[in-house]
Structure formats: C-alpha cells, structure tokens
Ligand binder design. Structure first.
Ligand code: MG
Length: 160
C-alpha cells in the first residue's frame, strides 16, 4: 500500500554555527541553531517519513531533552527512520524536498544533498529530489534569520 507523508522544519540562523542542510555543510555566514546539528532539511525528511508511517514526529523519537542527541549528525536520524521503514517491510518510493534560504544560493550544493540523502536513506538517487528557494526578502527567512525546509515522501508499506 502507498502512503504519503509531509514534513516541515525551521531553524534560527546565528553567527558562529555551521550551516548543515541535507547532511551537507554549506559555506555560509550564519549557521542553524539546534540541539543536534540543526539540519532543518534532514529533519523535514525524517518527519515526512515518520508521518507516512503515522509514527509521530522527530520530537517523539529523538527528544532534544536527551543529551545523546546534542550536536548529533542528522544523518543518524535519517538512518534510524529509514530502518524503521524497512522494519515495517516498507521502502521509499520518492522524496521531494524544498529548502528555503535567503543566502547563500544553494544550487551548487543540490546534487551533493541528493547524494547524501540517498546514501543515508539507502535509496536510489533517482528517488530523491532537492529544490531550493529564496523567500524573496519576506519574513524571518527573507531577513536571513531562519532556514526552512519542507518535504513530501511517498512510501510503500506492507498492508497491516
Ligand atoms: Mg529541527
């Protein structure tokens, strides 16, 4: 049976933090604040896959109150969520991710992001789409104070 999932995340951008998006470190003036590495793109993908399985969200599985997730590389979360999907006899059909960031331009990094996500999720590169948008100067993302990510996935799982 096919199931759809949606994920959304936003992180504050601050000086002195690296900017990691979809498991790729992007050279930038500011980076994302977070308990883990603050990878909004990876977190949106995790929430989308969890949502497709009706298994809650990242906060339920990887609470920020737990010290072991402090500064965690978010590829760990992607691998865990992919293992949950596989454990239910499921597979990712496709993933479509949009990252909204005012600067820098992400186009030079999109292919690396696709490859990193496919590697962490254990799926074909052709199943992974990553797009980038700016916020056209509007709102906190437009002011460069935040990064936002939205993801949609389709998964195939065994019938209950
Ligand atoms: Mg997050």
């Amino acid at each position: 049976m096919l199931r759809i999932g949606e994920g959304y995340d936003v992180h504050t951008l601050v000086d002195g933090r690296p900017l990691r998006l979809a498991c790729v470190e992007v050279p930038a003036g500011r980076g994302s604040l977070g308990h883990s590495d603050g990878d909004a793109a990876a977190h949106a993908v995790c929430d989308a896959i969890l949502g497709a399985m009706a298994l809650g969200d990242m906060g339920a599985h990887f609470p920020s109150s737990e010290q072991r997730w402090k500064d965690a590389d978010s590829s760990v979360f992607l691998r865990e969520v992919a293992a949950m999907l596989a454990g239910r006899g499921g597979r990712l059909v496709n993933l479509d991710l949009t990252v909204v960031l005012e600067e820098p331009r992400l186009s030079p990094h999109l292919q690396a992001m696709r490859e990193a996500l496919a590697a962490a999720l254990g799926c074909d590169l052709g199943a992974v789409s990553v797009k980038a948008k700016s916020s056209d100067g509007v709102g906190p993302v437009g002011r460069g104070d935040a990064v936002e990510a939205r993801a949609v996935v389709l998964v195939e799982v065994a019938p209950d």
